[in-house]
Design a protein around this ligand. Structure first.
Ligand SMILES: Nc1ncnc2c1ncn2[C@@H]1O[C@H](COP(=O)(O)OP(=O)(O)OP(=O)(O)O)[C@@H](O)[C@H]1O
Ligand SMILES: [Mg+2]
Length: 261
């Protein structure tokens, strides 16, 4: 082998080592970022609507990356309000809220799209687009970020399949049952693989078997690291799935291991 060839091979090998080392450190720094990300933290958070009473008063908690947490309490206690604060859909009246490593109470409006990508929100009111079909509804978050159409279709189809809506791609929300509309909203929220999922009463309109199937969809996401927060009244469901519950009741707030007694 000529000296030049040997030199050339050595150079190539060296380049590979550098690339490997580089991607290794890149991975490490990504890991570092990931541990910061996915986390939700409330510090002395207050929320009132207009000049009304405090719905939430001096709320403090921290949800670590990858946790699966329930929010519970009677109707009107403030569960949806809490989830809306995390999703950036309502501003806090006071206090600091960090989501995915960002102070969202200090986030300028132009940074909001970032939050919408990081946090998948499924509200009680599904906010589906009634003039579009199921497939178009699910594709919307992917179209917004400019994903190529064929990729968006494949991913949307997979999301619809995950929630048991295969074959209903062409149907408008109005042609779907209440539970199916709810599942469509879930497909739309998971299709762009958010780091955090917040879900308001996901099983309210579902029979027991479908409810469990939907809970398993959330569980699957949670298993691959998605931090999940679910507001629910369903004690049976919570008994099966809850390892931690944030309880809001008559202005009081409690952070309970498992399900509240
Ligand atoms: N946009 C709003 N303007 C004024 N008051 C509001 C608004 N949204 C919610 N509220 C009030 O805040 C309180 C808490 O509402 P929230 O929807 O957070 O309760 P919840 O615990 O989710 O109840 P439910 O179990 O019935 O869904 C209620 O008294 C409600 O009337
Ligand atoms: Mg609610």
């Amino acid at each position: 082998m000529s000296a030049n060839l040997r030199k050339g091979r050595l150079k190539t090998a060296l380049a590979h080592v550098i690339i490997l080392a580089d991607s290794y450190t890149h991975c490490l720094s990504l890991l570092g970022l990931l541990t910061l990300a996915n986390m939700i933290e409330f510090q002395h958070v207050f929320k009132s609507y207009g000049r009304g009473r405090n719905i939430l008063a001096d709320i403090n908690f921290r949800i670590e990356p990858g946790e699966f947490v329930f929010v519970s309490g009677p109707s009107g206690a403030g569960k949806s309000t809490l989830l809306k604060l995390i999703g950036g859909l309502e501003p806090a009246s006071r206090g600091s809220i960090s989501v995915n490593g960002h102070r969202i109470d200090k986030m300028p409006p132009r940074a909001r799209p970032y939050l919408r990508r990081a946090v998948g929100v499924i509200l009680q009111d599904t906010h589906l687009l009634y003039d579009r079909n199921a497939m178009q509804n699910v594709m919307l978050p992917l179209t917004v970020i400019g994903l190529e159409n064929s990729v968006a279709i494949t991913r949307s189809r997979a999301a619809l399949e995950k929630v048991g809506l295969s074959g209903k791609e062409d149907m408008k929300p109005i042609e779907l049952s209440g539970g199916e509309q709810q599942r469509l909203a879930i497909a739309r929220a998971i299709v762009n693989r958010p780091a955090i999922l917040i879900v308001d009463e996901p099983t309210a309109n579902l029979d027991d078997e479908t409810a469990r199937r939907i809970m398993e969809v959330f569980r699957d996401f949670n298993r691959v690291g998605v931090t999940t927060l679910i507001a629910s009244h369903d004690r049976g469901l919570m008994a099966s799935y809850a390892s931690r519950t944030l309880l809001i009741e008559a202005g009081r707030f409690a952070d309970v291991k498992g399900v509240p007694a």
